[in-house]
Write a protein that binds this ligand. Structure first.
Ligand code: TYC
Length: 113
């Protein structure tokens, strides 16, 4: 059986050259960068509104949402989720639009992880 890669003589020039099959051991697929979605505290948005936002747009249970709302209230900011760029962008837009529509100053932003 012929082994690849191997040297082979060119019949015209008489010179040796490599003959083989070009293979790649690994094809690296880079993971897309992730973005943290952050919720910021303020003095005016009602606690129940924030809890509702976390349930509605981030799929949290009432208990999870209440706990995270309190974290933001006490610490000033918290990560509410980590997503691919377009998902994060959509969530931020949904929260900002919902808060604006209800005339609350709630702020939601994103940053690369
Ligand atoms: N600090 C607000 C209040 O006392 C509650 C609040 C929590 C507002 C989280 C925003 O992201 C926030 N009513």
């Amino acid at each position: 059986m012929t082994k690849f890669p191997h040297r082979m003589q060119d019949m015209a020039s008489g010179e040796d050259h490599d003959v083989g099959i070009l293979t790649k051991k690994e094809v690296r697929t880079e993971r897309p960068p992730l973005y943290k979605v952050l919720l910021l505290n303020d003095d005016f948005t009602p606690m129940e509104f924030v809890v509702h936002v976390l349930e509605r747009f981030f799929g949290m249970s009432h208990a999870q949402a209440f706990e995270l709302m309190l974290t933001v209230h006490k610490k000033g900011v918290a990560v509410v989720g980590v997503f691919a760029f377009e998902i994060a962008e959509t969530k931020v837009g949904q929260v900002m639009e919902f808060a604006r529509r209800h005339q609350h100053p709630l702020q939601c932003t994103m940053e690369k992880e």
